[in-house]
Design a protein around this ligand. Structure first.
Ligand code: BTN
Length: 242
């Protein structure tokens, strides 16, 4: 497998999509120092200034049913949280589906994009944006107070390359475990890091918002929210407010 590195690129996600369409193999990795048009979830912008963060997109070609794809997003979040713990002793939490928080502030976002035809998966692109050495003044106005970086939390800069290597090693380990044993062991680990579960939440989707009690995730990684009338709503994609 190849690693493509760019000092500056529009988005590692776009580049990885291109490579996927050209038939690049599973494990192909795109990494950039800076992204000029980094993409977040739900059409948002992801800020990736030079010299500060880890911005990477990994190409997977899992032989899975389509509805299982969200599981790989949760798996990626577990890999990042466990790496942060090992690498710098930080206890991070996961806010469903895939925001990684330290002390309630977002340090990492994960974007997974799927290319499929009927129910055959061509590729799944897993994008990770981790704020490593970002300083408060690097963050754009609109995320002040809600975003953080490892440097801000630790009070010292960290080396990005060994951190990236460790994330990839952990990701591969979990992916192998998942392919061999299914989602259950990964789900268990995800649940120990999740802050969303067992709390009253407000869910905001493009269609509107709803409130309820976050009961857990189901076998495919969908969030289950119990409403006041006792019914359970399945949430596939949304912003969650705790
Ligand atoms: C989110 O909205 O929380 C997800 C953010 C994902 C950002 C990463 S950075 C590497 C990859 N390339 C992109 O353009 N986006 C993802």
């Amino acid at each position: 497998q190849k690693i493509y590195y760019y000092p500056s690129i529009d988005s590692t996600q776009n580049k990885c999509q291109e490579l996927a369409k050209e038939g690049a193999p599973e494990g192909t990795l795109v990494v950039a120092d800076q992204q000029t048009e980094g993409k977040g979830r739900l059409g948002r912008v992801w800020h990736s200034p030079p010299g500060a963060n880890i911005s990477m997109s990994l190409l997977l070609r899992p032989a899975l049913e389509l509805q299982k794809c969200p599981q790989l997003t949760l798996l990626t979040a577990v890999a990042v949280v466990e790496t942060l713990h090992e690498f710098c002793g930080i206890s991070a939490q996961i806010k469903w589906p895939n925001d990684i928080l330290i002390n309630g502030k977002k340090v990492c976002g994960i974007l997974t994009e799927l290319n499929a035809e009927s129910d055959r998966i061509h590729s799944l692109i897993v994008g990770i944006g981790l704020n490593v050495n970002t300083l408060p003044e690097h963050f754009p106005e609109d995320v002040h107070g809600i975003a953080t970086s490892l440097r801000i939390e630790k009070g010292e800069p960290l080396r990005r390359v060994p951190l990236l290597q460790q994330i990839l090693t952990r990701l591969e380990e979990l992916y192998d475990l998942y392919l061999a044993k299914g989602f259950a062991p990964v789900k268990k680990r995800w649940e120990t890091y999740a802050v969303t579960i067992g709390k009253k939440v407000t869910i905001r989707t493009l269609q509107g918002s709803l409130s309820g009690y976050a009961e857990g995730i189901d076998e495919s990684g969908v969030l289950l929210v119990r409403r006041e009338d006792g019914s359970v709503t399945k949430v596939y994609s949304a912003d969650v407010e705790i």
